[in-house]
Design a protein around this ligand. Structure first.
Ligand SMILES: Cc1ncc(COP(=O)(O)O)c(C=O)c1O
Length: 478
């Protein structure tokens, strides 16, 4: 091992990026304050893949997929579908190997920070409007489009979703690292499931070493965005046999993922939302399993920095210190934050449960039944449920009988809307409760009785309130 961490000569940077020649990402026990089971002898360790040279869990698969590419010298362009981290790593390693161009199919839901990061790195993003529930052969999916483009002469599509060198990288590098770092004393391994390469590679290595080790895979709750990881529906696109390696799955939502990430950051581990997601999934598992005197490892996939805007979108203002003298700023914080300071919106915020019972005439189970049977749902007279997300978000999943007008249009036509809602009670919903807050405020300013549904569709879905979804999306792990 290169103890002094010095890399020099012709291949200095390639050596630095090579997991066999570079430093091992640290394994750090989380502080007791974040571990409610420490008193039961449960030890929890974070494997900090954010501390690889490229700052994310995908640098190992990228190195492995490119080093195993035959006819590397004939390739001039890499094209990959990616939530950001894989293509970021592929571009850097590719350039060092003489492949000068990288293009990335990214979802239209990509975070602005990620998009900027790609462009800083010289990667050309191609935004793709992802189908609602794509499968690998869906011609509209980024996975499929990247595959087709990659067939051109001189192009290469690594295809992280079915390229065996993705999980293999974790099987030959990350798995053995964890085994050595714990001296083989490990009982539970936990990670988020995206391509599942991390779980398949590390999980299968650890099981071979000790079949009693439990592998816990964490998936997103429906309509709960967390960068890099998938819902159980979206996992149906994945070719790897993660089901054969995972002992249990846990579902985690957006708000908890960002909250746990914030806690880890504030306790000195600078890790992103999917790391908070994995820790939360592990704690959920431990709450049920009631193990004593065990050692657990979870994966921290990247840093919080590309997602700064999202922390402010998904967590409410109470999660952050206020800004003193904000009026002196040249670049003002965004509109939502200023409005929050000016007014107490809690007055017209309403919990999902309360909004539901006001909007519909029948109980939750009955409405679910009607939705599943494709029958008409009746809502209370004089009530309007206004969904102010974009038409694409609305199409993905929405509450029965909701009307969709995106928040920009709603704000620009607020007088007209208020005129037509004069005799009504309006319940406003968006993804997280921020856009709907702006519309609710504007409606209130026009004298309309309007309420903002707290937590938006994220909470609506998390609490499993009825929503229309295409049939194909109704698969579930449970
Ligand atoms: C931030 C982040 N977390 C988790 C994952 C999931 O890892 P895997 O694709 O190996 O399942 C990814 C994958 O890209 C990611 O970018």
């Amino acid at each position: 091992m290169n103890n002094l961490n010095v890399y020099e000569g012709e291949n200095s940077v390639l050596d630095f990026l090579n997991p066999e020649k570079g430093m091992i990402p640290p394994l750090v026990e989380i502080p007791d304050a974040l571990n409610p089971y420490r008193k039961d002898g449960v030890r929890i360790y974070a494997k900090l893949m954010n501390m690889t040279p490229l700052g994310n869990v995908k640098s190992f698969p990228a190195v492995n997929m490119l080093h195993n590419l035959k006819d590397q010298k004939d390739v001039h362009t890499i094209v990959e579908n990616s939530s950001g981290n894989t293509v970021f790593s592929l571009a850097v390693v590719g350039r060092l190997l003489g492949i000068s161009n990288t293009k990335a199919f990214v979802s239209h839901e990509v975070s602005s920070g990620k998009l900027q990061l790609l462009r800083v790195l010289g990667i050309q993003p191609i935004i793709n409007e992802e189908p609602i529930c794509p499968d690998p052969e869906d011609k509209e999916s980024g996975i499929y489009k990247a595959k087709i483009k990659g067939k051109q002469k001189g192009w290469f599509n690594p295809g992280q979703y079915d390229n065996k060198f993705n999980p293999q990288s974790h099987y030959k590098w990350t798995g053995p690292q964890i085994w050595e770092q714990t001296h083989g004393d490990i009982d539970v391994f936990c990670t988020g499931l995206g391509t599942t390469g991390t779980m398949v590679g590390i999980g299968s290595y650890l099981k071979e070493k000790n079949p009693r080790i439990k592998n816990i895979g964490v998936v997103r709750q429906p309509n709960n965005p967390v960068p890099g990881v998938r819902t159980s529906n979206l996992l149906t696109q994945i070719a790897f046999n993660w089901q054969g390696i995972v002992d249990a799955t846990e579902e985690v939502g957006t708000v908890d993922s960002f909250k746990f990430s914030l806690e880890l950051c504030r306790h000195g581990l600078l890790v992103g939302p999917s790391s908070g997601f994995a820790l939360n999934g592990l704690l959920q598992y431990l709450a049920k399993a009631k193990h004593k005197n065990i050692r657990c490892v979870f994966i921290c996939a990247d840093s919080p920095l590309p997602y700064l805007n999202e922390y402010f979108e998904y967590l409410d203002e109470t999660a952050f210190p206020t800004i003193e003298n904000a009026n002196l700023l040249i670049n003002k914080p965004n509109d939502t934050h200023q409005r929050v300071e000016k007014t107490n919106h809690l007055d017209w915020g309403i919990a999902v449960e309360d909004a539901f019972s006001k909007i519909y005439k029948e109980p939750k189970d009955r409405i679910w039944q009607l939705v599943k049977q494709n029958n008409e749902v009746h809502s209370t007279d004089k009530i309007v449920l206004l969904d102010v997300r974009t038409p694409e978000e609305y199409l993905d999943a929405h509450a029965p009988n909701s009307i969709n007008i995106d928040h920009i249009t709603a704000l620009s036509k607020i007088k007209h809307l208020s005129e037509s809602y004069k005799e009504k009670e309006v319940y406003v919903i968006c993804r997280s409760g921020k856009r709907s807050d702006l519309v609710t405020t504007a409606l209130r300013e026009e004298g309309i009785t309007a309420y903002n549904i707290n937590g938006g569709m994220i909470e609506w879905s998390q609490k499993n309130y009825p929503r229309w979804r295409p049939e194909i999306c109704n698969t579930s792990l449970k």
